[in-house]
Design a protein around this ligand. Structure first.
Ligand code: NDP
Length: 293
């Protein structure tokens, strides 16, 4: 068997186009332009690439992009003051503080200082609570992207056995919440899980968010299962840098029914969902119904 490849790049492109159309309608009908503020503290090279891509795609979607770059030595109080200013700014509907933050800054404190209704990363404790209790919330982007891809491939997820590998606040926990909301039977595995391969073998839907290159092997996968690989790991092959996922693509693709590649699977969904969240926030803050996308 050879798995169908889930083309996250194409799906994300389509979603970004639908967001851009909705933004155009919002401008025409309500004279409202969604605005996204991205704050980058320090010079982490990966973060710089993300922030640059976010800026470019925000502009392409017809939104306003506000970039704030602060030196790595920025004191916590200064960052909190900037977040407060953005909370008050009516032209800013979404605020994203790029993680990781330098050691002198308490990331949780900063995230929880963002107005939850502008928290387009969905990491604020209020949004985590809303998601866990089934209330309308801004949902973390990568988890939302994973579930969109799974639903696009499988249709209704009701009753499926889903195994999420990873329990981070950024991916594992919120993706598990979203799958519960889709009526999956959800298992969350982590570094202390016993017999991980046997646990994964139960799954109709595997979400791997581990951060360990090619850890999940084809022999762990139930034949025909859908595999969503969140991992982005840079490895050296023949002296050259290469991106690989948390799943061993070659062996998993022989057993799975469908699988996301790395790159080109989950990765592109994150910014597309960020733009969707910014549109959602702009509508909600102005009492406008979120358009169907
Ligand atoms: P974290 O390091 O925060 O969490 C990793 C999780 O994996 C932890 O819960 C950990 O368990 C678990 N884990 C680690 N080793 C093992 C193991 N041997 N067996 C089982 N579980 C294990 O990572 P993130 O959730 O932030 O990210 C996960 C991956 O997703 C990374 O590769 C990251 O680059 C990628 N990512 C991709 C994004 C995108 O596509 N845009 C966005 C965000 C992340 P424990 O809790 O017990 O330590």
């Amino acid at each position: 068997m050879s798995a169908q490849v889930i083309d996250g790049k194409a799906y994300a492109e389509g979603l970004r186009q639908r967001v851009a159309v909705a933004v155009g309608q919002l401008k025409a009908t309500h004279k409202l332009t969604p605005g996204l503020a991205v704050v980058l503290v320090g010079e982490d090279p990966a973060s710089q690439v993300y922030v640059r891509n976010k800026h470019k795609q925000t502009i392409e979607a017809g939104m306003e992009s506000f970039e704030h770059r602060l030196p790595a030595s920025t004191p916590e109080a200064e960052l909190l003051a900037l977040v407060d200013k953005l909370n008050q700014d009516p032209s800013v509907h979404g605020i994203l503080v790029q993680l990781p933050l330098p050691a002198q800054i308490d990331a949780n404190k900063v995230i929880n200082s963002i107005n939850p209704d502008k928290d387009v990363d969905g990491f604020h404790v209020v949004n985590a609570g809303r998601l866990a209790t089934g209330q309308d919330s801004l949902v973390p982007c990568t988890p939302k992207g994973c579930v969109m891809l799974a639903k696009d491939k499988l249709g209704d997820l009701t009753g499926l056995e889903a195994v999420v590998i990873g329990r981070s606040n950024i991916v594992g926990k919120p993706v598990a919440q979203l799958l519960i909301a889709e009526s999956c039977t959800v298992t969350i595995a982590h570094s202390k899980t016993k017999n991980l391969a046997d646990v994964v073998r139960r799954a109709d839907l595997v979400i791997a968010a581990v951060g360990r290159p090619e850890m999940v092997k084809g022999s762990w996968i139930k034949p025909g299962a859908c595999v969503i690989d969140v991992g982005i790991n840079r490895v050296e092959v023949d002296g050259k840098g290469k991106l690989v996922g948390d799943c061993d693509y070659a062996s998993c693709a022989q057993v799975a029914g469908s699988i996301t590649p790395v790159p080109g699977g989950v990765g592109p969904m994150t910014i597309a969902c960020l733009l969707r969240n910014t549109l959602h926030a702009a509508c909600a803050l102005n009492g406008i119904a979120m358009p169907k996308l």
